[in-house]
Design a protein around this ligand. Structure first.
Ligand code: GLA
Length: 382
């Protein structure tokens, strides 16, 4: 009897702490937790939170809505944990207005010029949702759908397997696209994302992930002093709508040269046509690589905290976006306001508008083929 009373008192004492914790920050109990409630979606589906924790206490929390990474806890050089991704405390805020915070992106990540492409002599017209162009899969891309999620154990570490069937004709894309995405957190502090997709009709497929990082911790001002390296001799210049012109241009003597560590802010306001079109950085770099094996694509170092992140990918390109559309209108986790350039994205991908550029690596997926990509975000300190 006494034991029961004691348990009730302890529960009453700790419950307010747990419920007042920002989304997914309950890292210590993460792997033992039952999947937590993240609120109702407009159609009545329950959004859930799933947390993976490794032996170093690094944790990642994902929701089934959009496969969004809600929270990513990583230590600084003194072992102090911070949540290094932007996002919200409640799923309803993601539904209301999110610039793709932490989301899985598809069926076609990045832009398709005028929302139109021709495949096997059929013209497809997609939603125009970004100026005159199509962006990130349309009005209801993979960032806004509910994924089936199961926890699995892989040899490399605890994993979440997400599945979504994008029906033939969804967002006007052809073919039933069956998509599996696996998030794995290794004991080497790597967040690995593996994508696998198949189709029953020829289609286009370009999947990516859209976390906004701030290695000081989300809500800790701008990212301009973060030092970035991009392993690319070339990039794909764009027009004013951020559609590639088709040229593959050398980064030599341009503000796009990040082959040596450079603060993001060093040349972000340079008097340069490409920088003007992007309002800063919002471009695709052509990763230096010889095969489709995992290749070092980029790294970012934050000098105050000592946090360091490397990005490795099987993809040929990487979009570096410096948060130029953040304007303080998104009030995020713990009431933090996300202002101009308070986060950056490194989206591994095929090049933008590839369906209209036969000279770019192909994004066409046919029945019998598998779309596969792997990307690793690896965290350490310096
Ligand atoms: C992508 C685009 C950016 C912007 C963000 C979302 O990264 O390249 O231009 O649209 O998504 O705000």
């Amino acid at each position: 009897m006494m034991r029961k009373i004691l348990i009730v008192i302890i529960c009453a004492l700790i419950t307010p702490c747990i419920t007042s914790t920002a989304a997914g920050q309950n890292a210590k109990t993460g792997t033992k937790d039952k999947n937590r409630n993240f609120g109702d979606l407009p159609d009545g589906t329950l959004a859930k939170l799933y947390t993976l924790t490794n032996k170093n206490g690094v944790s990642v929390t994902v929701t089934n809505y959009g496969g969004i990474i809600v929270n990513l806890m990583v230590p600084d050089r003194n072992g102090k944990m911070a949540d290094v991704v932007l996002g919200y405390d409640k799923v309803k805020d993601y539904v209301k207005d999110s610039p793709y915070f932490g989301a899985l992106i598809g069926r076609y990540g990045n832009r398709i010029g005028k929302g139109r492409f021709v495949l096997d002599d059929v013209t497809y017209d997609l939603a125009i949702n970004n100026g005159r162009n199509h962006l990130h899969g349309g009005l209801k891309g993979f960032d806004k759908v509910v994924w089936d999620v199961v926890k699995i154990k892989k040899p490399e570490g605890p994993s979440l397997k997400l599945h979504y069937l994008s029906k033939d004709g969804e967002e006007e894309y052809p073919g039933n696209l069956d998509v599996n995405v696996t998030y794995t957190l290794t004991d080497e502090n790597e967040l690995k994302i593996d994508y696998l997709a198949t189709t029953d009709k020829a289609t286009v497929c370009n999947l990516t992930h859209h976390s906004y990082f701030n290695l000081k911790g989300h809500g800790c001002e701008d990212i301009l002093e973060h030092q970035i390296v991009i392993n690319a001799d070339n990039f794909t210049p764009v027009d004013e709508g951020l559609i590639p012109t088709g040229e593959i241009r050398s980064v030599d003597n341009t503000p796009m040269d990040f082959r040596k560590p450079t603060p993001i802010g060093a040349r972000i306001d340079a008097n340069d046509q490409q920088i003007k079109y992007g309002r800063g950085y919002d471009h695709n770099w052509v990763i230096n690589k010889k095969s489709n094996k995992l290749t070092f694509a980029a790294s970012v170092y934050e000098p105050q905290s000592g946090r360091y992140m490397e990005v490795w990918t099987t993809e040929p390109g990487i979009q570096f976006y410096s948060g130029n559309f953040l304007d303080g209108s998104n009030v995020g986790k713990s009431g933090k306001v996300y202002n101009f350039r308070n986060g950056f994205c490194l989206e591994t991908q095929h090049y933008p508008d590839s369906p209209n550029h036969p000279e770019f690596p192909s994004v066409i997926l046919r029945p019998g083929q598998q779309y596969k990509q792997s990307t690793i975000y690896k965290f350490s300190i310096r």
